[in-house]
Design a protein around this ligand. Structure first.
Ligand code: F3S
Length: 106
């Protein structure tokens, strides 16, 4: 599966959603996750994300490894998103932030 990691927090550009052929994204207040049971590992979303938030599970950096479980858990909690929408209002500012995982709103 592919995994959405920390840099998506506060941004939600949703370019990933626009290209996903299987509708595997679920949306929370300030973050998106990928349903590992639906993702077909086509990888088209990876290059679309302006903040490089999406990785193949096997390429996730060690310090982002907990996002594998976060994607699995929040997929069950959040609704499907099937069409791109406007990024979050402060997306540009959030794009440059580091260590923002504490800001993830469930
Ligand atoms: Fe998030 Fe990037 Fe998609 S910021 S919503 S993973 S395009």
């Amino acid at each position: 599966t592919h995994v959405v990691t920390e840099s998506c927090i506060g941004c939600k550009y949703t370019d990933c959603v626009a290209v996903c052929p299987v509708d595997c994204f679920h949306e929370g207040p300030n973050f998106l996750v990928i349903d590992p049971e639906v993702c077909i590992d086509c990888g088209v979303c990876v290059a679309e994300c302006p903040v490089e938030a999406i990785f193949d599970e096997k390429d996730v950096a060690p310090e982002q490894a907990d996002f594998v479980q976060i994607n699995l858990r929040l997929t069950r909690q959040w609704p499907l998103i099937t069409a791109a929408r406007e990024p979050m209002p402060e997306a540009a500012a959030w794009a440059g932030k580091k260590d923002k995982r504490g800001e993830l709103v469930e």
